[in-house]
Design a binder for this molecule. Structure first.
Ligand code: AVJ
Length: 329
């Protein structure tokens, strides 16, 4: 459990290896083969994702940064409306680049709040925590190294401060539609009336722009995707030949889903020593690794309605690419 005052090493203990084993065991015998994007974020993967966020093709981060910068004052007004301290719980905080805009502004305005970043990447969380400690030494910090679902347990456990849950960056896009509904229902369950969820949704737009964001000019997305195989090589003593796999990404404007694949460039057999597994690949066979879903306004409103929330704020960038949406329980 992540309690204020714990050292970071106490907070970050690793149980993800067994999850990776399970994923590889079950995912690579499926048809088609599958590995979840939640395993992208080892130290190297988190570093590559930071580069992606600075890519001229990956518009999402810039759009959301603009939204938070433009509407930070409106957001504080909404969060602090009940005149009581709040817990800012951030799911999938990553390097917190965008959130720091809010933290800085909220501090400046003397708001009373604690910051509870949650991330699946120990390395990203460690970087974020030491950054925030340095910038705002007396900000109360409750970091948690965990996945989204496990971190929900924590929500009902602690203080009676108002909860503001941040789920930024289009992280929600990684959920399949039914998983998203399930997740927001579970979230609703843990919250009190008046608590808030602020979600960053990437909106449906010209498919060419979305396609370009996941097929960037510097092949960062390719490196990000392939890094999953590098991780399996290292952690599970496997022999994936990274040059024998390619990155392929589709965007289907009918479903709003961008999908990432790794493609075997030849007939080959991969050995995963640590779990005594041998995996055959046909030439052209794929491993499906990620869904990045894009939303319409109607879908977002429906999600709120189906999961017990009211839409209480809708903020977009000036191009209308991205929306940060306030749900209130
Ligand atoms: C961090 C999940 C929001 O889906 O856009 C970036 C990850 N994948 N490029 C996304 C990602 C490929 C990103 N999220």
């Amino acid at each position: 459990m992540a309690v204020h005052g714990n050292t970071l090493s106490e907070v970050i203990e690793s149980d993800v290896d067994s999850a990776l084993v399970e994923e590889v065991r079950t995912g690579l015998v499926k048809m088609p083969k599958r590995l979840s994007s939640r395993f992208f974020y080892d130290a190297e993967g988190s570093r590559i994702f930071q580069e992606i966020m600075h890519s001229p093709d990956y518009y999402l981060t810039r759009s959301e940064y603009e939204i938070l910068e433009t509407y930070k004052s409106e957001l504080l007004h909404l969060f602090a409306a009940e005149q009581r301290p709040f817990d800012l719980v951030e799911l999938g905080a990553g390097d917190g680049l965008k959130t720091k805009v809010l933290l800085g502004f909220f501090r400046e305005k003397g708001a009373e709040f604690a910051y509870a970043p949650v991330d699946i990447s120990a390395d990203a969380l460690e970087g974020l925590v030491s950054d925030v400690r340095q910038q705002w030494p007396d900000l109360q910090l409750k970091p948690q190294h965990d996945d989204y679902f496990n971190s929900l347990q924590q929500l009902s456990a602690e203080s009676d401060a108002r909860r503001i849950v941040l789920f930024l960056g289009s992280n929600i896009g990684n959920f399949a539609p039914d998983e998203a509904i399930d997740f927001y229902r579970q979230l609703n369950d843990k919250l009190q009336p008046g608590d808030i969820v602020l979600t960053g949704f990437d909106l449906q737009k010209n498919p060419a722009l979305i396609h370009a964001a996941y097929n960037d000019r510097d092949d960062l997305t390719k490196a990000f995707n392939l890094n999953l195989l590098r991780r399996i090589n290292r952690e599970l003593d496997a022999d994936f030949d990274l040059d024998a796999f390619d990155h392929y990404e589709t965007y289907n404007p009918e479903t709003g889903e961008a999908r990432s694949y790794l493609v075997s460039q030849k007939t080959q057999t991969v050995r995963i020593q640590a779990i005594d597994m041998t995996v055959p690949f046909a030439n052209g066979e794929i491993i499906h690794t990620e869904i990045s879903r894009k939303f319409t306004r109607a879908q977002i409103e429906q999600l709120a309605e189906q999961t017990g929330f009211m839409v209480n704020g809708w903020f977009t960038d000036f191009k209308g690419y991205f929306a940060d949406v306030v749900f209130v329980k």
